[in-house]
Design a protein around this ligand. Structure first.
Ligand SMILES: [Cu+2]
Length: 164
């Protein structure tokens, strides 16, 4: 009985580690910030743009700001937010995104996202591949993450769960 109870958490931890490994997306840290599971969805080669999503968690006591992004797969990378106006789906560029102290911001489909424009070589934009993305934070500095590309949004990718 006791042995069973003790072994249970260990098994769960192993299963979680296995799942995280299978998912392929990694977590990154710089200063007080964590960038969790950056991912992108594979799009048809004709798609003019691609998007990247992730969660930024701020474990510190001060607000930080995501001021910009860039990636070698795109000639330009912008921070976008979705605005639901009159049932229309629109998005617009934003100057920066606040990462509140002791809070988190989720970039997700239908919410804030990184928009990649001017795509060149698309070999890193297919299912199973990954590409570098550098995030420029005002306080924490620059952090390069690897964005994992999936054919379908991964489990828990956070549709409609954006915002702080
Ligand atoms: Cu966009």
């Amino acid at each position: 009985m006791i042995r069973f109870r003790r072994s249970l958490p260990r098994l769960c931890g192993f299963a979680l580690a296995l799942l995280a490994g299978l998912a392929g997306a990694q977590d990154y840290r710089i200063g007080d910030l964590e960038v969790l599971a950056p991912w992108s969805q594979e799009l048809p080669p004709s798609a003019p743009t691609a998007a990247a999503y992730f969660t930024v968690r701020n474990t510190g006591m001060a607000d930080d700001y995501l001021l910009g992004v860039d990636s070698p797969v795109a000639s330009e990378a912008q921070l976008h937010e979705h605005i639901g106006a009159d049932g229309m789906m629109k998005m617009q560029q934003v100057e920066g995104v606040i990462i509140p102290a002791a809070g988190q911001v989720r970039f997700a489909p239908m919410g804030s996202h990184v928009m990649l424009l001017g795509l060149g070589d698309r070999s890193q934009l297919v299912d199973g591949a990954s590409f570098p993305l550098t995030l420029h934070f005002q306080n924490a500095g620059d952090l390069q993450v690897q964005v994992q590309v999936f054919a379908q949004p991964p489990e828990g990718a956070g549709m409609h769960e954006h915002g702080g």
